[in-house]
Design a protein around this ligand. Structure first.
Ligand SMILES: Cc1cc2nc3c(=O)[nH]c(=O)nc-3n(C[C@H](O)[C@H](O)[C@H](O)COP(=O)(O)OP(=O)(O)OC[C@H]3O[C@@H](n4cnc5c(N)ncnc54)[C@H](O)[C@@H]3O)c2cc1C
Length: 419
């Protein structure tokens, strides 16, 4: 179920107005530009640190429940090195029968649609999402049954049917496909920026501000310090710092979250070849591939996107090199030759290196900080978190306001440090 539109009677703001609001909010209050350590007279209800997808949706939900919220990010909303940067993210409800993530993804889709409706920009592309399995299994049956019980449109497809429908894919080694026609691609950076624009327009505050690792010996956290030595005070704190969480909380998070390098490639189809655009190809995940390749059709003329879900080497979100390697490019071309042969020799149009922030078991990590009753750690997206942003924001607001129960799988105790 979605909440009502926050601006039912308001004229829709343009994207330029919204982004302008974010930029303007970054400039105030001017007292914040302290050079020496100062304590702001403001005391916020909640300070949310990190304006990636989780922090933005948490701030939005808290603000809509009447809280005075400051959202702070060291480098800006959806910046290029954040895990929520870049273009496309898959939203799908095929989740190997996991009840929580199936439900969260489905509920979130409605809120992503609502966000899109408030904006001129297209924030979701309904390409459909196609899972390719090497063999049939009882787990696929369970997952389909769970989705049907929630009312999610879903089709089980045999390989010969798929070969006719998408001749641009080579289906060798694939026995069954699961097609989710209402799913597709969320536009990551644009969506988070649009949401923060809504948050600011509705009265929330955003500042570009870097928070130092918090300190305090009492059982509640009162103040965080950051840019220019300025101290900010609040009743509650949400730390949604993605791959930076281990640096902020080395003792508590430490290697419970390990950022890994993930290479992303965009290939240019042949001139005039529309077979790889969003009208002719769904987003897809190839479960038969050892590295779990996945990709998107050519959306907004960026090129056919392909990436590996297998975790790369450990990665520092601040300092690691973000250039792809010749070997990674050769490997992905070898995969294309097998599954998308007409793209194997096409030019590389673009590439990105970003990071997952992995927990040991793939569950998100959302819990109260063990030392401070009023501080929440939110992260561990583990390569699948983006789609759940709306549900996570609601869940975090419930936890912080004492209106919801914690899910044990997401708590610190459920996550072992990586070895
Ligand atoms: C290549 C790639 C592909 C992915 N594909 C999918 C997909 O298809 N579907 C899906 O659902 N998910 C996907 N994901 C996962 C998803 O994008 C992430 O789980 C999600 O974006 C994590 O969001 P976050 O808010 O936790 O972190 P981030 O977006 O990294 O946000 C954290 C923010 O905290 C800020 N910050 C950090 N430290 C401080 C500080 N001290 N002070 C102030 N600010 C600070 C940072 O600047 C940053 O903006 C993918 C991720 C990657 C990298």
């Amino acid at each position: 179920m979605t909440d009502p539109d926050p601006f039912p009677n308001a004229a829709l703001p343009s994207r330029r107005q919204l982004l302008g609001a974010v930029a303007a909010a970054a400039l105030v209050p001017s007292s914040a530009k302290a050079r020496n350590r100062t304590v702001s007279r403001d005391r916020w209800d909640v300070i949310v640190v990190g304006a990636g997808v989780f922090g933005a949706w948490a701030a939005w939900n808290l603000q809509r429940r009447g809280k005075r919220v400051l959202l702070a990010d060291a480098w800006g909303v959806g910046h290029n090195r954040s895990s929520s940067g870049g273009e496309t993210r898959l939203i799908r409800t095929e989740y190997a029968g996991n009840a929580l993530y199936t439900r969260w993804a489905w509920e979130s889709l409605a809120e992503w649609h609502a966000l899109g409706r408030r904006h001129e920009a297209r924030l979701f592309h309904k390409t459909g999402a196609l899972y390719l399995y090497p063999q049939d299994s009882a787990q696929i049956d369970r997952s389909i049954a769970m989705q049907r019980a929630l009312g999610i449109p879903i089709d089980r497809l045999a390989a010969p049917h798929m070969a006719k429908r998408w001749p641009q894919i080579d289906f060798s080694g694939i026995a069954v496909g699961v097609m989710q026609p209402t799913m597709g691609a969320l536009m990551a950076r644009n969506s988070v920026q649009a949401l923060v624009g809504d948050f600011v327009k509705a009265g929330g505050s955003f500042r570009q501000f870097a928070i130092d690792p918090p300190r305090g010996s009492l059982s509640v956290l009162d103040t965080v310090t950051g840019t220019g030595g300025e101290a900010l005070r609040a009743e509650q704190f949400v730390f949604a710092c993605g791959p930076w969480l281990p640096k902020l909380f080395p003792d508590v998070v430490g290697s419970r979250i390990v950022p890994t390098r993930q290479d992303v490639f965009f290939f240019a189809p042949a001139p005039g070849d529309v077979r790889f655009d969003g009208a002719h190809l769904p987003a897809w995940v190839d479960v038969s591939s050892k590295d779990l390749h996945y990709g998107f059709p050519d959306i907004e003329a960026r090129g056919f996107k392909i990436a590996l879900d297998a975790h790369g080497p450990r990665f520092d979100p601040d300092g690691s090199d973000r250039r792809i390697t010749d070997q990674a490019l050769a490997d992905v071309r070898a995969y294309l030759a097998h599954r998308f042969p007409d793209l194997a020799r096409r030019p590389l149009a673009d590439s990105r290196v970003c990071q997952y922030e992995n927990t040991d078991n793939g569950h998100l990590l959302i819990d109260r900080h063990p030392a401070w009753a009023n501080a929440w750690i939110v992260g561990g997206g583990s390569g699948h978190g983006f789609k759940h942003g709306p549900a996570v924001g609601r869940y975090v607001a419930d936890l912080a306001l004492g209106t919801g129960a914690a899910v044990p799988d997401l708590m610190l105790a459920a996550h072992r440090p990586h070895g």
